[in-house]
Design a protein around this ligand. Structure first.
Ligand SMILES: [Zn+2]
Ligand SMILES: [Zn+2]
Length: 305
């Protein structure tokens, strides 16, 4: 044994300059790798908010910052709902402003059926044909929670289902406290579409899955007491799942009680990813592919105009 090979007994070994340099290179490398992965996740994660009402007065003062926030959250596309065909121009104006990020629907909400006139059907039909950015008919449906004009609601729903079938477009269904009748109607009049802002029990969820419908969850699924809805959210197959905000209503936890906005669809996605035990990026990719498929968002309109 050479003297230089003898172990240093009782003497602390200090790291050499090379070792220190190596350590710092490792730290910087690890940090860079993580940063790159976070950036990649952000770039890869694309969300579609499938139900917004951005034309409402409450949004008109800060549309620019709303857009910044939804982009930052990874939202790449919005589907704008419609409660009355009179909203058509204001929604189209938004589609121009946020081009090519916003597609939209045209229809009459079940709580507005008293505004249905002899000409409304022709009006919706004509408007839906005017603009290729119209990707659905709705929102239409039954809301027996807030109104009891059941017969009129059903009549107006049927008229709009006919429009959807004529134009071969999906429907956006609003259904509250009316699942049994809705199931009857859709069984007699099959169309493709989405049960939006879904609040049904697992049994009801199965009815509409069996009818081929997509199920869209909003901020309600994040509410602590929404056990039934959370159970429903766990059972929807991944190729039928959609997400939405339904903004300005029903902001998800942790924004509950505040004005809702498209960026918060990320909270809905995060909650669903935890409930369903899938990574957020997977859930985002699945729901985005589903939205593209249902609403046929191939973006060819945007590319060719
Ligand atoms: Zn609705
Ligand atoms: Zn709505």
């Amino acid at each position: 044994m050479l003297p230089s090979e003898q172990p240093d007994q009782g003497k602390q070994t200090l790291p050499t300059d090379h070792q220190i340099m190596g350590y710092w290179l490792w730290v910087v490398g690890y940090w860079l790798l993580n940063k790159q992965q976070t950036t990649n996740n952000k770039q890869q994660m694309q969300l579609i908010d499938t139900h917004v009402h951005l034309n409402f007065e409450v949004f008109q003062q800060d549309l620019g910052s709303l857009e910044n926030r939804w982009r930052e959250a990874g939202v790449v596309h919005l589907v704008h709902s419609c409660v009355h065909p009179n909203e058509f121009e204001s929604i189209r104006h938004l589609a121009d402003r946020f081009y090519p990020t916003l597609s939209f629907a045209v229809g009459l909400h079940p709580l507005d059926v008293d505004k249905w006139t002899d000409s409304t059907k022709e009006q919706i039909l004509a408007l839906a044909k005017i603009d290729p950015r119209v990707v659905a008919i709705g929102e239409m449906g039954l809301d027996f929670y807030k109104a009891d004009n059941h017969l009129l609601q059903k009549e107006v729903l049927l008229a709009q289902l006919e429009i959807a079938r004529l134009l071969d477009k999906p429907v956006i269904i609003h259904c509250r406290s009316a699942a049994a009748l809705m199931r009857e109607v859709l069984t007699e009049f099959p169309v493709r579409g989405v049960m939006h802002c879904w609040g049904g029990t697992p049994e009801e969820t199965k009815w509409f899955l069996d009818l081929g419908f997509y199920i869209s969850f909003s901020g309600i699924v994040t509410f602590k007491n929404a056990r039934n809805i959370q159970a429903s959210a766990k059972m929807v197959p991944s190729d039928r799942l959609l997400i939405e905000t339904d903004c300005p209503f029903l902001a998800p936890v942790p924004k509950r009680g505040f004005r809702n906005e498209p960026a918060y669809v990320l909270h809905v996605a995060q909650h669903l990813s935890r409930l369903r035990s899938v990574p957020l990026t997977t859930l985002a990719a699945q729901t985005t592919a589903n939205a593209r498929s249902l609403f046929q968002l191939n973006f060819s309109y945007y590319e060719n105009n």
